[in-house]
Design a protein around this ligand. Structure first.
Ligand SMILES: [Zn+2]
Length: 612
């Protein structure tokens, strides 16, 4: 009854206050075609396959649209009440929230946080974090301005300069120009609070642990991280609820010219994640909407929005109609036309030595998604995309799937960067919790205990693959490396090393990835396994035989010729995939300290130097 009344209100196209309220609603669906019809208007449908229902947060206009499509819509009053209490709390706490300490617990400066949500930095808090990281760690951090937001383009006194945080060893970057890159976008959908914070915490993990944690150290020394922590700052500012006209449900950018909604300015704007140029609007209204009022309005043209243009230019550079790009962070390793006449496109697979990984972080549907999103055809690199996706999903425990598995989307970030460049590209939808986009900070469903660490762990795994993300996940991962104290032995100094080499870590909840027995492991000092480096030392299986999918390995490394001081000791394992010498996997590293060697001690058994 209530729904029918609302539909009548919508039909009469009355005032914006009619659209202010948001509801959590649920509707049964019969098949993929029905899901697709609903997804045209919404994103982040939460699909419960077992019950055959989807849930979505919708305003009254959205409910009316679902009804018009023939869905039987039920309001979930409990979930709606939970959401509204969260929003009320936010409104009540519209001032900046309590201070947030540095994410490593090191008590960094306090940063501005969203009212009522002390775990999520505001745009200003995020920008202040970037400023501090760059000021305090000039050897490994710099900030790139990538262009003005829509509002700033309209009025230079307002809006934001968009930023990427670059983290890499800057002193050695020039002599290593093809360093593998990782690009991460946070909160391109404005109201999704967790993604920007996850990206920020990952940045802090890299920077604060550089030089003290061996994994962070080798990752920063040999890779190039480009993190757009706030990918939609204008929209995010509205969604933070601190604005004079708070709009906590804001998803799109704030373009109220090309994105003007005649049903009320609560629904203005363009969905940036439908405005990306590769295959823009290729499903002709199925994977995005042409209606300005819809949450998935794709914009008047591909890449029409300054935010999209800034992000594409930074990551891919300049691209022509044939899909050939140059000048961006990633090299172009794939052919494939920008707008082919039909799907899938005519492009080929990226070579398996393609480096780098792209991530776009969203919430809240608990998914790891890979291309294609606009067709259920397999992407040319499907096997490699899926393999890494299932590895990542073993860390964050989200459901791994091709993005199109439930319903199509077009003009998205991940299809654009995979499609144009061939770089493996993923969307994470972080935890589906009662708070929806506004996940609570604390408690068992909270951001701090449930979400942060496992997603940082997933990003760390991805970072260990950056040299060859289509290949290395086919081999085992290395964990828990330990080394003994350096000890004197016959003829020199030695260190013994132990590690776990594990091929089993896949999320096997949606199809299964083959797992292979470990076939060997090697250790190197200084230099990653694929670089010219001192000879490797073969490690042996601690139980005497390489025959299981997870093995403890051990060995003794001769330090002859290694200069005194601290070094990185890398371990890489291999499995039996493909036969022969097998397939090598993701390495990891540990620090060792090589002492000054005093020959007098060696020769005489005790130190004579005080007597000489
Ligand atoms: Zn999103």
């Amino acid at each position: 009854m209530r729904i029918r009344l609302l539909a009548a209100v919508v039909a009469a196209s009355v005032v914006r206050t009619a659209f202010a309220a948001e509801w959590v609603v649920e509707a049964p669906y019969a098949d993929r075609a029905e899901l697709t019809r609903a997804a045209k208007y919404f994103q982040h449908l939460k699909v419960d396959r077992e019950r055959g229902v989807f849930r979505v947060q919708a305003n009254d206009l959205g409910i009316a649209r679902l009804e018009a499509e023939g869905f039987g819509v039920d309001v979930d009053m409990a979930a709606t009440a939970h959401l509204r209490s969260a929003l009320a709390r936010m409104q009540a706490a519209r001032k900046p929230g309590p201070a947030l300490a540095g994410a490593d617990g090191g008590g960094g400066p306090p940063y501005d946080t969203i009212g009522g949500f002390a775990c999520y930095r505001t745009v200003e808090g995020t920008y202040a974090t970037m400023d501090d990281l760059a000021a305090d760690h000039p050897g490994i951090v710099e900030i790139h301005g990538i262009g003005p937001s829509w509002r700033k383009e309209q009025d230079p006194a307002e809006g934001y300069d968009m930023r990427a945080l670059r983290i890499t060893n800057l002193a050695t970057a020039a002599q290593d120009p093809d360093r593998p890159a990782m690009v991460v976008f946070g909160s391109i959908h404005a109201r999704e609070y967790p993604p920007a914070e996850i990206a920020t915490r990952f940045a802090e993990w890299l920077v604060h642990n550089y030089g003290s944690d061996p994994e962070a150290t080798w990752l920063v020394d040999h890779n190039d991280f480009r993190l757009v922590l706030q990918a939609n700052p204008d929209g995010r500012k509205l969604a933070e609820g601190n604005d004079s006209e708070p709009a906590t449900w804001w998803r799109k950018n704030v373009d109220d010219i090309d994105g003007q909604c005649n049903f009320g300015d609560d629904s203005d704007g363009i969905d940036l994640n439908r405005n990306f140029p590769f295959h823009w609007n290729i499903t002709h209204g199925i994977g995005s909407s042409g209606d300005t009022c819809d949450e998935t309005f794709r914009g008047p043209l591909a890449q029409s929005e300054p935010e999209t243009d800034n992000l594409v230019s930074y990551v891919a550079g300049t691209c022509n109609a044939a899909g050939e790009c140059s000048g961006g962070v990633f090299a172009d390793r794939r052919s494939g036309a920008m707008a082919p006449p039909s799907l899938p496109d005519d492009g080929g697979a990226a070579p398996d030595d393609t480096s780098g990984v792209f991530f776009d972080l969203h919430n809240a549907a608990s998914l790891v998604l890979w291309s294609w999103g606009d067709t259920d055809a397999a992407a040319p690199n499907r096997d490699g995309l899926r393999r890494l996706g299932r590895r990542l999903a073993a860390y964050n425990q989200y459901h791994p799937q091709q993005a199109d598995e439930l319903y199509p989307t077009d003009g998205t970030t991940d299809d654009t960067f995979y499609g144009l460049l061939g770089v493996p590209s993923y969307t994470f939808e972080t935890d589906d919790t009662p708070g929806f986009f506004f996940q609570e900070c604390d408690g068992p469903d909270g951001f701090e205990s449930l979400t942060v660490q496992k997603n940082i762990d997933a990003l760390r795994y991805a970072a260990r693959t950056l040299h060859a993300p289509y290949r290395l996940p086919g081999g085992p991962d290395v964990r828990d490396i330990t080394v003994s104290d350096v000890a004197e032995g016959e003829g020199g100094w030695f260190v013994s090393v132990q590690a776990s080499v594990d091929d089993t870590r896949y999320n096997q909840s949606n199809g299964s990835e083959p797992v292979f027995a470990i076939s060997g492991a090697q250790a190197w000092i200084d230099g990653q396994p694929w670089q010219a480096a001192p000879g490797a030392t073969a490690l042996s299986a601690s139980d005497g035989a390489f025959d299981e999918t997870s093995e403890q390995v051990e060995g003794t490394i001769d330090l002859t010729g290694i200069a005194p001081g601290r070094h990185l000791l890398y371990v890489q394992g291999a499995n039996a995939r493909g036969g022969g010498t097998g397939t090598v996997g993701t390495p990891n590293a540990v620090f060792i300290e090589v002492p000054e060697i005093d020959d007098t001690i060696f020769e005489n058994g005790f130190d004579l130097s005080p007597f000489l």
